[in-house]
Every structure is written in C-alpha cells, then in structure tokens.
Design a protein around this ligand. Structure first.
Ligand code: VGL
Ligand code: ZN
Length: 208
C-alpha cells in the first residue's frame, strides 16, 4: 500500500483508561484498535498521544468537592467538564491499550500534564494558547495533512482536528476508527463544530 506522502496519522489516547475496565471507560472502545493498527500501515508518519495527568489535575471531579463527575465548571480558560480521575501519569490506567500495535510510530506526545490546564487537543492546551509543540514537529517533517483516529471522537479527537484546521493543516477524521463518550449530545455537537472549522471526514474503506 502506498505511504501517504506529506501526511501524518495522529492516534489519539488509545489508553487503557478509556477502554472497558478503565477509569473513564467507553463501551466497545477497544474494538476500533485493530482498525487503527491496519490504517497505520498506510502511513510513514504516526504520532501517538497519551492523556497524562498529575493526580491533582484540575479536570478531576475529585479536586472540586462540591461538584460531581460530568458537571461543567467555569475556569479562567473557559468551560471545563469534570471527569473521574483518569490516566494518572505512569499508572496502568494511562498505559497504551495492549492491542495497539504500531511499532513504527515515531512520536509519543503526552498532554494534560499541567495540573491547572486540561488539554484535549494534541496541538494546544485548553487555554487555546499553550502549545504542545506538535505543529512545529509536523512542519519540521513537511507534513501538511493530518488524519485523526482514536478516543474520544467528541473530545480529544474533535479538539485535535479543529486545532489542526486552525493551524493550517488539511484535516480528516476517520469516523469509523474513533469512539465517542457521547454525553448529553456531545457527539453531534462535536461533528457540527468540526464541520464548521473545515474538518473533513472519511472512512476506513478508503484505506483498503
Ligand atoms: C479525553 C476526557 C478527558 C479524551 C481525555 O481522550 O477524549 N476525554 N480526558
Ligand atoms: Zn483527560
């Protein structure tokens, strides 16, 4: 299969914490992993992201005693959804799912490691200012097109894809290689947002 020239596959947060048995488990999330492994074979450039929070992370409901999981609160950088404690640095919950098998992936980008800012996006933290350095990395490799897969469609995948467009990359989400949290209509809202920002979507079948 020809390698996609000038393109990168960004594999978002395929971690135990987001799969059945994890602390922020999404039903059936593990089922997309064989598809991701297969798609990755079409790419020379693959970046894996890893949600990587300190134990006192601001997105954890446990840090806000009067709030509960899924509540939304206002922080200096905007609205923050509160989550169960998840993907704490160097815990088993933060490990990549053992089915993920992309030995040629070159970069593992950890995000969400500032205790006071969340980072759904692989490009910019939730203040929309603090850079992770990923755009510069991609520019250094002459990459102009970004394909995004992984977990969760309506949070980290969507924010990554939207920032990719805002930063001038052509961006595709491979819809059937993603899994959503879909809480209170968040998935529909995310697709609408992605469309408005110029994110395109495609499907697995276009890679076979
Ligand atoms: C994610 C919620 C909290 C994600 C990460 O990977 O989409 N969602 N942290
Ligand atoms: Zn997180």
């Amino acid at each position: 299969m020809p390698k996609q020239q000038g393109s990168v596959l960004i594999v978002v947060d395929v971690q135990k914490g987001f799969c059945p048995g994890g602390n922020l488990a999404i039903a059936h999330a593990n089922e997309i992993i064989p598809n991701i492994n297969k798609i990755a074979q079409s790419f020379e450039h693959v970046v894996l992201t890893q949600d990587w929070h300190p134990q006192d992370h601001i997105s954890f409901a446990s840090q806000h005693p009067t709030q509960k999981v899924y509540d939304k609160i206002q922080l200096s950088y905007g609205t923050q959804t509160l989550w169960p404690d998840h993907c704490i640095q160097a815990t088993d919950d933060a490990a990549f799912h053992p089915d993920l098998n992309i030995p040629h992936a070159q970069l593992i980008l950890r995000k969400g490691w500032h205790s006071h800012i969340d980072s759904y996006s692989a490009f910019l933290e939730a203040d929309h200012k603090t850079s992770t350095g990923l755009a510069a990395y991609l520019h250094a490799h002459q990459i102009t097109t970004v394909y995004v897969v992984g977990i969760a469609t309506d949070f980290c995948v969507a924010w990554t894809a939207i920032d990719a467009c805002k930063l001038g990359f052509e961006c595709y989400v491979i819809a059937d290689a993603c899994k959503a949290i879909d809480h209170n209509g968040s998935l529909q809202h995310a697709w609408q947002d992605m469309r408005q920002h110029g994110v395109k979507h495609t499907y697995l079948k276009s890679f076979s």
